[in-house]
Design a protein around this ligand. Structure first.
Ligand code: SAM
Length: 281
């Protein structure tokens, strides 16, 4: 039984980092003319109304997008992200947050492909409606972790797998590592982007240790904290673990993450990590 609904969390500081990193990887893939394939294993509903009861109950967007969209001092990759979000908000108000499927769709060229998986029946109905018919996009009402492995390698031999689970179950932390190992065996040159929350730091330490032992080379980690660990207020940090990152990504995030930590950090408690978890072979 799935109870997670991303509408409670859309546009929070974790989405900000996740979607900036996603767009950087997509921009890098689009530098070459050859088509690419993107797999989004946990797609969600596609877009979220920030004036819905869900969003207003938590107001998590106040930790993220609300603090950014009207600023005029944004770093370039944050500008790209905000400009894409503004396409869905054209009346001078920010009421719609575009999730990963719609952001990816904006970056697709005629021959690129997008495969979306979503397990929650309400979310997948919304996703189908929000994505409109598009022959480049396939939507599956299915388990994205189990079913995406068989799609690899994509015939384009270029692409990204975004893995963005809700971590409702503790086993998600080990399941994502097992799945990444299977995926990497089938498509070693692909880029993989795994989102993670920091709720109990011990689980993240175990996740990082498992990836270091996995035998997969070339893994980078980018994390944003808006407050210190264990401040008793749930998720204060989250990050992206990237296998085969674009060579330019770490340099970009070394500029963007300090800025985000300063801008979104609560009472100057923001911080960040830019690390190589496993070096290139
Ligand atoms: C964090 S949200 C996705 C947000 C989306 N990727 C974005 O950035 O806009 C996680 C989604 O995964 C769905 N989900 C949970 N387990 C799943 C699974 N095994 N396969 C596919 N979807 C799953 C949930 O219903 C939820 O909508």
């Amino acid at each position: 039984m799935l109870s997670y609904r991303h509408a409670f969390h859309a546009g929070n500081f974790a989405d900000v980092l996740k979607h900036i990193v996603l767009l950087e990887i997509l921009a890098y893939l689009a530098q070459k003319e050859k088509p690419f394939c993107i797999i989004d294993t946990h797609a969600g509903g596609g877009k979220y109304a920030l004036d819905s009861d869900f969003a207003l109950k938590t107001r998590e967007f106040d930790t993220g997008i609300s603090q950014l969209w009207q600023r005029d001092d944004l770093p370039p990759s944050v500008i790209n992200y905000i400009e894409l979000q503004k396409r869905f908000n054209q009346n001078g108000q920010f009421k719609t947050y575009a999730g990963s499927p719609l952001l990816i769709k904006q970056m697709l060229r005629p021959k690129d492909r997008l495969c979306l998986f979503e397990l929650h029946s309400t979310e997948v109905t919304a996703l189908k409606e929000n994505m409109k018919h598009d022959k480049r996009i396939q939507i599956e009402h299915a388990d994205g972790l189990k079913n995406s492995v068989g799609l690899l390698p994509p015939f384009e031999r270029r692409g990204l797998v975004l893995i963005d689970p809700s971590y409702e179950m503790k086993s998600d932390y080990s399941d994502v590592v097992k799945t990444l190992v299977q995926m990497h065996k089938r498509f070693a040159t692909g880029t993989y982007a795994l989102w993670y929350p920091v709720i109990e730091r011990g689980r993240n330490d175990a996740l990082e240790a498992a990836l270091k032992k996995s035998g997969i080379p070339n893994i980078a980690l980018f994390e944003l904290s808006i407050n210190t660990d264990n401040s008793g207020r749930g998720m204060n940090a989250s990050g992206m673990i990237i296998i085969n990152p674009p060579w330019s990504l770490a340099a970009t995030l070394k500029t963007v993450l300090p800025w985000l930590a300063k801008t979104l950090g609560e009472n100057t408690a923001g911080s960040f990590r830019v690390e190589t978890l496993v070096a290139e072979k």
